[in-house]
Design a protein around this ligand. Structure first.
Ligand code: 13P
Ligand code: SF4
Length: 318
C-alpha cells in the first residue's frame, strides 16, 4: 500500500470500488474513515439484508468475521471479502460446535435460537437465527410450549426472556467482553453528569438485566431508558425530541449519531467500550483488499445450506 494521505486513500478506495464493481458494507462500530467510504453502514440485520439485495458481485464487508460469513451464506453467488481475517468476536467464540451438539442432545425437543454473532458452523445447527433488533419477535414466533435453547449471549437472552415472559428459555452463559465491561458504575457516573439525558442500552450490556429490574420497579426517576440494537439506537436518537443521550454500546456508533444529529449531545456510557476486533479494519487494509481481491471468506456448501435456513427465518422476522 503506497497511498499515505487519508483523503487520497479514501478517493482511491472510492475509485477502485466503482471500477471493480464492489459494494462496501460497514458495521456501525467501524472507524469513521471506513464509514465514510461505505455504501451502507448499519447493524447486523440491516447489513445482512443489504448483502442479499445489492447488485454488485463482490461485497467488501467491514465488520467482523461472522458477519462476512453470514453475507457469504445469504449470497452464495457473490464473492465476499474482508480487510482482515483475524477480526473475530469474543461472543461468537463463547460456544463451540461440540458444546452446542452436547446441549442439544441433553434437550432433544428444544428449539435452538442463536444470535447472529455465531460462526457458520454453529448457525448450521440452529433452528432460528436472530439479531439484537428482532430477538424478541423471533422468540415470540415459537410456540409457547416449546423449550428454547438461546445462545450465546446471556444478557440478550435474559432480556428476551423478560420481554416475552418465557419461563422455558435455557440461556447459554456467553458474553461479549466489550459490552460486559460496561458496568452499572460507569453508567451512573455518566448519567449523573448529564441530568436531562435519555439512556440508550444495547441488549448485550451487563447493565441491561439490572436496569430492566430497576425499570420494572419504577426507579430511574423519570429518565427515559431504551434497550435497542445499534441501528435502533440511531433511529431513536434521530426521532427523539431529547437533546442529550448516554449511549451504552461500542463507541464507534457515536460517529454516525453525532453526524446525523448536530444539535444533540452523545456521551459513551464507558469510554473504554471499544471492540478491538472491529477496529482491526483500517483504510489501508480496505484499500489492499480492493487492489488484491483479498481476503475471501467462504463457507462450505453443506454448512451454508443448513445455516441458510436459520438465517432466512431471521430475515423473515423484523
Ligand atoms: P447489532 O446487531 O446491534 O449491530 O450488534 C452487533 C454487535 O456485534 C454488537 O456488539
Ligand atoms: Fe463481538 Fe462484542 Fe465486538 Fe460486537 S462488540 S463484534 S459482540 S466482540
Amino acid at each position: 500500500m503506497l497511498v499515505q494521505d487519508t483523503s487520497k486513500l479514501q478517493e482511491e478506495i472510492t475509485r477502485l470500488k466503482k471500477q471493480k464493481d464492489v459494494v462496501i458494507l460497514a458495521h456501525n462500530y467501524q472507524i469513521p474513515g471506513i464509514q465514510d467510504v461505505a455504501d451502507f453502514t448499519g447493524d447486523s440485520l440491516g447489513l445482512s439484508r443489504q448483502a442479499a439485495k445489492v447488485d454488485q458481485k463482490t461485497i467488501l464487508f467491514c465488520g467482523v468475521h461472522f458477519m462476512a460469513e453470514t453475507a457469504a451464506i445469504i449470497s452464495p453467488n457473490k464473492k465476499v471479502l474482508v480487510p482482515d481475517l483475524q477480526a473475530g468476536c469474543s461472543l461468537s467464540d463463547s460456544i463451540t460446535l461440540g458444546e452446542l451438539k452436547n446441549w442439544k442432545k441433553q434437550n432433544p425437543n428444544a428449539i435452538t435460537v442463536g444470535y447472529v454473532n455465531t460462526t457458520a458452523e454453529i448457525k448450521s445447527e440452529l433452528d432460528y437465527c436472530c439479531t439484537s433488533s428482532n430477538a424478541v419477535n423471533v422468540v415470540k414466533a415459537i410456540p409457547e410450549k416449546k423449550d428454547i435453547l438461546f445462545l450465546p449471549d446471556m444478557f440478550l437472552g435474559s432480556y428476551v426472556a423478560k420481554m416475552t415472559g418465557r419461563k422455558n428459555m435455557h440461556i447459554w452463559a456467553g458474553e461479549c467482553h466489550v459490552h460486559a465491561g460496561i458496568t452499572p458504575d460507569d453508567v451512573t457516573e455518566k448519567l449523573n453528569s448529564m441530568k436531562e439525558a435519555e439512556f440508550l442500552i444495547h441488549p448485550e450490556c451487563s447493565c441491561t438485566t439490572p436496569m430492566m429490574y430497576d425499570l420494572a420497579s419504577g426507579s430511574y426517576d423519570d429518565r427515559k431508558v431504551s434497550i435497542l440494537s445499534t441501528e435502533g439506537m440511531l433511529n431513536h436518537a434521530h426521532d427523539s425530541a431529547t437533546k442529550n443521550f448516554v449511549v451504552a454500546t461500542e463507541t464507534g456508533i457515536l460517529y454516525r449519531m453525532r453526524q446525523q444529529n448536530p444539535g444533540k449531545t452523545f456521551l459513551p456510557a464507558s469510554d473504554k467500550a471499544e471492540c478491538q476486533y472491529m477496529k482491526m479494519n483500517t483504510l489501508e487494509k480496505v484499500y489492499d483488499s480492493l487492489v488484491e481481491d483479498k481476503y475471501e471468506v467462504t463457507v462450505p456448501k453443506e454448512i451454508a445450506d443448513k445455516a441458510r435456513l436459520a438465517i432466512d427465518r431471521m430475515l423473515a422476522i423484523s
